[in-house]
Design a protein around this ligand. Sequence first.
Ligand code: FAD
Ligand code: SIN
Length: 516
Amino acid sequence: MNKKTDFLIIGSGIAGLSYALKVAPYGKVCMITKANEDESNTKYAQGGIAAVMHHPDSYQKHIEDTLIAGDGICDEEVVRMVITESTDRINELIAWGAKFDKTATGEFDLAKEGGHSEHRILHHKDNTGFEIERALLTAVHKHPNIEILDHYFAIDVLTQHHLGHEVNSRTPDIDCYGAYVLNLRTNKTETILAKIVLMATGGAGNVYSTTTNPSIATGDGVAMVYRAKGRVEGMEFYQFHPTSLFNPGEIPSFLISEAVRGFGGILKTIDGEEFMQKYDERKSLAPRDIVARAIDNEMKIRGDDYVYLDCRHLDKDELIKHFPNIYQKCLSLGIDMMKDYIPVVPAAHYMCGGIKVDKKGRSSIKQLYAIGECSATGLHGANRLASNSLLEAVVYAHNAALDSIEEIKTINFCETIPDWNAEGTHHPEEMVLLIQTLREVQAIMTNYVGIVRSDLRLQRAFDRLEILYKENEALYLKTTISPKLCELRNLINVAYIIIKHARQRKESRGLHYMAK
Ligand code: FAD
Ligand code: SIN
């Protein structure tokens, strides 16, 4: 079955939803999403969204904090653009129905997180992402021009390659005509032709064994664009969140928001000693790369499986008011935050690199935009400042929408794309092989391409991944298409790009740290 739409949006997190609302007055929007419509990294965001709302904060302070966290390789023009647009975009989120907590005097209750010199994190208790996702979905459902197809999996984007032309990374004008998508209710592969495609597929935390990301975060967008010969950048900068709850066997790892440290929580080793002063004068509130590395180092030196976060000295009522979900989660595991230390470990959290885009969200492939976590805009540099990602998504949704509604006026559908060809494929004899390979990929990435890397480790990772890549490509060609098969293929692609970019970077920088 073929479908035609003006705008095809792949992904229903903050990026895809806010872009949809902006382009919908100008054409038919079809949004596909591979799981339930609300399932996304967005839904699990805790701390909040960074923005400059009033004195004593200023755009300049937020810009400087972002540049410092990014360790010298942010695109300063992009940083300036995103931060100075922050107030307008927050007001827009509020107009769409998102609610942020206020103080008794009616001002926004702004929180603080690592690397921020001011209180500037707007939040909705400790489930800000859930609130934003709720509000945006409600607004999207009301728009007659937007159709959401849930349980639809994007397999690949369509380019001249699908018309039989050779396309490589030096091809000057690669065009995007839509995507092949798998309808998970019928198990049929469909073609969606579009004038403009927006990639908003989020991160790839599942390339590591331990992650805060839900299972949908498998780097599909980056892998699709890479296979289509689009530009991908900065993948060596995978951010590990310092404080995920140590609860072996729980997937994904539950996050203990950085805002808890902003609220006064202190990191300690398991004998109750503070240690962050040895690593940075900002202690527990240093930027994430520094805190995660310090925890990793302490755990290695001491042979411990975790460190502690100590909140026992904090005001109980205020703590529960600000972090009701975290408090309840800990309690459900027998941890009373007022009496007990919380065991925490770093976990893969955020993909700073991704599909290279310009200030309007345009990728190197024509008619293909990318925004949100799957994109590399230059905002984060070598390390994302906490709570800057939700902000980046809404700013780029705005800019990409403005550009696409102009561009679409001159674009026609490509009607000659052939249907998906499943010839020669059959059901796998052993699905378990996919799961075993996935575990191997995650182990390789965790053991050799984690918080601390070295030339030897990266070489080992590369050699091992090559074997899995070849095995899986052979399997892919003869196996009936399924999300598990595609996600494994995508994660292997993403792992390969992370290793490749890590090997190309000859220095320790931000999140990419090479052992001496
Ligand atoms: P997502 O919200 O991840 O949405 C991606 C969408 O694409 C999903 O709907 C997914 O199903 C869909 N999709 C993926 N692949 C396919 C495919 N092949 N076919 C069809 N659909 C597909 N950032 C902050 O700024 N502040 C925070 O406080 C914060 N807290 C966080 C806490 C946690 C636990 C996590 C995991 C992240 C947090 N982040 C936070 C990061 C932030 O949530 C994400 O970067 C952001 O939500 C990404 O939004 P997105 O729209 O780009 O992607
Ligand atoms: C958190 O609440 O600590 C997550 C914030 C972020 O990832 O930006």
